[in-house]
Design a protein around this ligand. Structure first.
Ligand SMILES: Cc1cc2nc3c(=O)[nH]c(=O)nc-3n(C[C@H](O)[C@H](O)[C@H](O)COP(=O)(O)O)c2cc1C
Length: 308
C-alpha cells in the first residue's frame, strides 16, 4: 500500500481552478505525500469530455495520485468509475461530499450527499465495489446545516471508505465560518479508519497545533498552499523563510509548466497565481494590474524575471 498512516500524512487539497497538474507538480517537489485532482464531474467522465480527460492527467512525480469525483447518481458514478478503471497511474478515487456550489448541490452531488446518508452510503459502496484502484476515500464537511460529523464518519466507515477527510465546517459555513476542530476530533475518535483534518491549516504552526491537539491521521492543506507551495517543505523540515532567489525559480518553473500544459492560454491562467505569489511584496498592486493586461507568454515571463 502506498499510503503510510503510521505517521501523519500531508495532503494537498483539491481546489478547482488551482490544483491542476502544473501546480500539483510544483507542490509535490516540496514533499506533499498525496495529491488529488481537481473535482471531476462523473457525468463529464461518462461522456468522455476532452477537457475532463485532460484534467485527469498527472505529473510523473505524483505517486500516489487520487482522482476526486463528484456525483449524486449511483449509475452515473458506477460508469465514471469504470472509465477510471481503464486509466493507469491512479491510486484512489475520492468522493466529493463538500462542494457547496448550488449547481452541484441541485444535482444531489457534493455537500447534498451529507443530507442523505443512505444515498451517501450507496454511492461509496458503488465506488468500492467497482473501482480497481487501491483506495476509496471520501471528503466531507461536518454536515449540511448542522454538525453530524460523528454519524457521517460511522456511515462512511461502514460503507467501506478506506479513509476520510473532514473539512471542519458545515455547508452553511461555506469557506468562512470558524473551523470546528473539536468536531473533527470527535469523528476521528468514533471510527477506526484514518481521518484527515482540513480547514484553515495555513501555516506550519497551525498544522503542528492541529496534529498535537486533534491528533488526526494527517492534515490537508488547500488555500495555505496557493502562493506558498513550499509550505509542505516547511511542515516537514521545520519552518524556514523562503529565499527570494528560490521563490523566483519556483514561480518561473510553475509558469513554464503552465505553458507546457495549457499552451499559450496558460499565461492568462497564471495571472491568479501571480496575484498570490506577490502577496505582501512591494509594488505588487502595480505588477498585478500590469500582468492582467498581458497574455503573451514571452512577455509575461520577462515581467516575472524582472519583478521577482
Ligand atoms: C477555490 C476553491 C476550490 C475548491 N475546489 C474543491 C474541489 O474541487 N474539491 C473539494 O473537495 N474541495 C474543494 N475546495 C475545498 C478545499 O479542498 C478545502 O476543503 C477548503 O478550502 C478548506 O481548506 P483550506 O482552508 O486549507 O483551503 C475548494 C476550495 C476553494 C477555496
Amino acid at each position: 500500500m502506498k499510503l503510510d498512516f503510521s505517521k501523519p500524512l500531508f495532503v494537498l487539497a483539491p481546489l478547482a481552478g488551482y490544483t491542476d497538474l502544473p501546480f500539483r507538480s510544483v507542490v509535490k517537489k516540496f514533499g506533499a505525500d498525496l495529491t488529488i485532482s481537481e473535482m471531476i464531474s462523473s457525468n463529464a467522465l461518462v461522456y468522455e469530455s476532452a477537457k475532463t480527460y485532460k484534467m485527469l492527467e498527472k505529473s510523473p512525480l505524483e505517486d500516489p495520485y487520487f482522482v476526486q469525483i463528484a456525483g449524486g447518481d449511483e449509475e452515473v458514478v458506477k460508469k465514471a468509475v469504470e472509465k477510471l478503471n481503464a486509466i493507469d497511474g491512479i491510486d484512489g478515487i475520492d468522493l466529493n461530499c463538500g462542494c457547496p456550489v448550488p449547481k452541484v448541490v441541485k444535482q444531489g452531488a457534493g455537500s447534498a450527499l451529507l443530507k442523505d446518508t443512505a444515498k451517501l452510503a450507496r454511492i461509496v459502496e458503488t465506488i468500492k465495489k467497482h473501482s480497481n484502484k487501491s483506495y476509496t476515500s471520501v471528503k466531507i464537511r461536518l454536515g449540511f446545516d448542522e454538525d453530524r460529523a460523528v454519524e457521517l464518519a460511522k456511515v462512511l466507515e461502514d460503507a467501506g471508505a478506506d479513509f476520510i477527510t473532514i473539512h471542519g465546517r458545515t455547508r452553511s459555513g461555506r469557506f468562512k465560518a470558524p473551523v470546528d476542530y473539536d468536531s473533527i476530533k470527535a469523528a476521528k475518535e468514533a471510527v477506526n479508519i484514518p481521518v484527515i483534518a482540513n480547514g484553515d491549516i495555513d501555516t506550519p504552526d497551525k498544522a503542528r497545533w492541529v496534529l498535537e491537539n486533534i491528533t488526526p491521521d494527517g492534515v490537508m492543506i488547500g488555500r495555505g498552499a496557493v502562493g506558498k507551495p513550499w509550505i509542505f517543505y516547511q511542515l516537514k523540515e521545520g519552518a524556514h523563510k523562503i529565499d527570494p532567489a528560490i521563490k523566483k525559480r519556483i514561480v518561473l518553473e510553475h509558469f513554464d509548466q503552465m505553458i507546457q500544459f495549457y499552451g499559450e492560454y496558460g499565461a492568462v491562467l497564471f495571472r491568479k497565481h501571480l496575484h498570490t505569489y506577490t502577496k505582501g511584496m512591494s509594488g505588487a498592486s502595480e505588477f498585478r494590474k500590469a500582468v492582467n493586461e498581458v497574455s503573451d507568454p514571452a512577455a509575461m515571463r520577462q515581467m516575472i524575471e524582472e519583478f521577482f
